[in-house]
Write a protein that binds this ligand. Structure first.
Ligand SMILES: C[S@@+](CC[C@H](N)C(=O)[O-])C[C@H]1O[C@@H](n2cnc3c(N)ncnc32)[C@H](O)[C@@H]1O
Length: 368
């Protein structure tokens, strides 16, 4: 038996000493056996957390996939081996944190949406497609978008949505009659369609055409403008009852009202961007989201693999926590709205999981 096979056997047996000895004698930790499984997958499948640790410390890839697209973490998770699962989860988070830092150091200055935004898109009743037949947005997400709208609209009257797509979330947001509803959309054809379908004529809607990266300054000043111009009007009814010379009191009242009433809530769902772009958007949240505000985003992170999805749910929650936000992940079953026929004509199935975890983020001081 060659060393790779011996390593798989020792991993299956949970024999840590043998695993170490084999690695020291040159056995390959990233060996795939004839079934396409690695020693780490064998150890995880049988819940040998000690061996999982040894293999990871010696460089075994936490994210290698079996022929059926399962990672060691999926095997541990599916078999209910909590300790092995947690070891793998931490390894995944650490590795992705380091990878993210490296990506930022090597900072790609190119914009990820560049190509998509220059290409044609096509609209049909149940989907919006890019020029490569990849789905930009699909109608099966309607219940998810409605749940996102409910989450952000319960937080306040000023809603900002990044990415119009099929307008599913915006249609749902309109049901809550927000005071203002700002939509940022970067694709010229999607923007054109928004205007054709009357979104430019809705009283409370403001459309900002452009990439969110390029219009951020408008969004930040938009928030300030609300405080300066809308609040005095809203508070006028109250302040006119005050004595004429109580200007200071009026301003104090306005500031107080602004603090309590203006809660800018935000939803983010773009296309053709990467985790790094979402992460970059999160760096701007402190300037965009007021106390009491709620933030949510389309959580399609690694929607092709259950374990990778868990890793990214943890990663994004951790990174948001470092920025001062708590994240609650609300499970929504999606199995019923997702038959295989939904994907007909779509080049890449972007969601494979049975449960969608809807993120609801709030400033930490609000959730305490
Ligand atoms: C997945 S769709 C949004 C779907 C939407 N939530 C809905 O309910 O229909 C993504 C949208 O974001 C737009 N988009 C992509 N990159 C963008 C960017 N950098 N800034 C603003 N919009 C962007 C795309 O053109 C597309 O319309």
């Amino acid at each position: 038996m060659d060393k790779g096979e011996q390593l798989c056997e020792a991993a299956r047996n949970g024999d840590g000493d043998k695993v170490k000895a084999l690695i020291d004698s040159g056995a390959e930790v990233s060996y795939f056996d004839s079934d396409g499984l690695t020693p780490l997958m064998h150890a995880a499948k049988l819940g040998h957390a000690n061996v999982v640790k040894i293999l990871l410390e010696d460089g075994a890839p936490w994210n290698a996939l079996s022929p059926s697209n399962l990672s060691a973490g999926d095997f541990a998770m599916d078999s209910g081996h909590q300790e092995a699962f947690e070891v793998l989860l931490n390894a995944g988070i650490q590795a992705e944190l380091i990878l993210g830092t490296m990506a930022r150091t090597a900072k790609k200055n190119g914009d990820s949406t560049g190509d998509y935004l220059d290409d044609r898109v096509s609209f049909s009743e149940d989907k919006l497609m890019d020029s490569n037949s990849k789905a930009v947005m699909m109608a099966w997400e309607k219940p998810l978008m409605e749940a996102h709208a409910k989450a952000v609209c319960s937080g306040g009257g000023h809603i900002l949505n990044i990415g119009f797509g099929m307008g599913l979330v915006d249609t749902a947001i309109q049901q809550y009659a927000p005071v203002t509803h700002t939509i940022v959309e970067a694709h010229p054809e999607v923007y054109k369609r928004m205007l054709q379908t009357g979104w430019g004529k809705k009283g409370n809607v403001k459309i900002i055409f452009g990439r969110w990266q390029d219009v951020l300054s408008e969004l930040e000043s938009y928030d300030v403008l609300l405080t300066l111009f809308i609040m005095p009007q809203l508070s006028c009814e109250i302040t006119h009852t005050l004595p004429a010379n109580s200007e200071v009191l009026k301003h104090l009242l306005i500031c107080l009202l602004a603090w309590f009433i203006i809660k800018a809530c935000i939803f983010f769902d773009t296309y053709g961007e990467y985790y790094e772009d979402l992460r970059e958007f999160h760096q701007h949240l402190p300037k965009l989201l007021k106390p009491g505000g709620i933030y949510s985003f389309f959580n399609g992170l690694c929607g092709g693999n259950a374990f990778f999805h868990v890793v990214y749910c943890h990663l994004v929650s951790l990174e948001l926590e470092n920025l001062g936000y708590s994240t609650q992940l609300i499970p929504l079953p999606v199995k019923n709205c997702l038959g295989e026929d939904v994907w007909e004509g779509v080049r890449q199935k972007y969601w494979h999981l049975d449960t969608y975890y809807l993120p609801v983020c709030q400033p930490l001081q609000d959730s305490e």
